[in-house]
Design a protein. Structure first.
Length: 365
């Protein structure tokens, strides 16, 4: 007689979303995407390409569509096996905007005006942002300033953190991988989930931030006190995962170090520390061991060996990407299958939300 086996514990649901903004940087790969691939076996993973977020700033439709295909091809090439996760385009799943509207009706506008990224983007559009005074705690004032003053702040730019919260809560995610620049948005999401639960009864799981134990914070090659960014105006500052070997060699050769010939990681040597951090993340050798390995050697040796390690590590990614991007039929199939899985989970959640919020049940004719 076979004894009854205890039911297996459901996998934690992990949700992460990213805008389709072009080529991934080495920082994106080492700090995020490579870590996501390690979660596939033990978690129920949903990876959303959030095209609705991408339209909060001026864009070209053809470029957006192209970027979406490039994004999913890069994800797969970096190790996100579509057989082990759900990869989908946000606009392909019904429920994101519906839930966002319900949450918007629970969100004080002052909370949105105080979001750091909103204030930063408003400033880039030519607006001067004034912090609230002591007697008007919910008011953030904006005034036109500079040559770009004719630019307008759209409601989409203001409200997109609520859509971000809806992205997470629609899948009742347990864990959300976040960087430092997204923690404020996750806190808003948690606040809105708690507010909905308090107002209408327990509905949402309160998502927790997921910070991988491994990963590297990759800094600019030219200004190593700043994070590496794909929008950097200096093309030598950023390494992209699809850069050709000759380009990688040129960028690493010009990477900022210092006048000392001492290969050691320290706050006073941000350029050298950055190169050692990249080396460690790709080679698996600790920074301390690398310091010992390169003791007495010059920066040229470090840069030459680092160039080889980066090139060899990214070669399989480049080759897989170029194979995938030619097969739109396959990519469409992956996105369709991913959207089906995402929609099934979203349907359960949005139906529950509608019922709790007092909406009548939808009758199918």
């Amino acid at each position: 007689m076979v004894e009854n086996q205890p039911a297996s514990k459901p996998k934690s649901v992990v949700l992460t979303c990213a805008q389709p903004t072009g080529m991934l940087t080495l920082g994106n790969y080492l700090g995020a995407v490579r870590n996501w691939s390690t979660m596939l076996e033990n978690h129920d993973c949903y990876f959303g390409i959030v095209d609705l977020h991408a339209i909060t700033s001026p864009y070209k439709p053809a470029t957006l569509r192209k970027n979406i295909y490039e994004c999913v091809a890069q994800y797969i090439a970096c190790g996100l096996d579509p057989e082990k996760c759900h990869q989908f385009v946000q606009s392909h799943v019904i429920g994101h905007t519906e839930l966002a509207w319900i949450l918007t009706c629970l969100t004080p506008i002052g909370e949105l005006q105080r979001m750091t990224q909103f204030k930063d983007k408003a400033a880039k559009l030519g607006f001067k942002v004034s912090e609230p005074s002591h007697d008007r705690s919910d008011t953030v004032k904006f005034s036109h300033e500079g040559a770009r003053a004719q630019s307008s702040i759209t409601a989409g730019l203001l409200c997109y953190p609520v859509l971000m919260a809806a992205d997470i809560l629609l899948y009742n995610a347990d864990l959300v991988p976040v960087g430092e620049d997204q923690r404020q948005h996750l806190e808003l999401c948690r606040d809105l989930a708690q507010k909905f639960n308090t107002t209408f009864s327990d509905t949402f799981t309160i998502p927790e931030p997921f910070v991988p134990k491994i990963g590297a914070r990759v800094m600019s090659l030219c200004e190593p006190t700043r994070k590496m960014s794909k929008s950097d105006s200096n093309d030598k500052a950023t390494l992209f995962i699809l850069d050709e070997p000759a380009v990688i060699k040129k960028k690493i050769a010009s990477a900022v170090t210092d006048s000392e010939a001492n290969i050691k990681a320290s706050p006073e040597k941000p350029g050298v520390s950055n190169l050692l951090s990249i080396h460690s993340a790709l080679s698996g050798t600790s920074v301390a061991d690398l310091e010992e390995q390169y003791k007495g050697k010059g920066y040229g040796v470090l840069k030459a060996e680092l160039t080889e390690i980066i090139t060899d590590s990214l070669q399989p990614v480049r080759e897989k990407y170029h194979e995938l991007i030619k097969d739109k039929e396959y990519l469409n199939k992956i996105l369709a299958t991913g959207a089906e899985g995402a929609q099934r989970r979203a349907n359960r959640m949005i139906s529950k939300v509608y019922r709790k919020a007092g909406f009548p049940e939808k009758v199918r004719l």
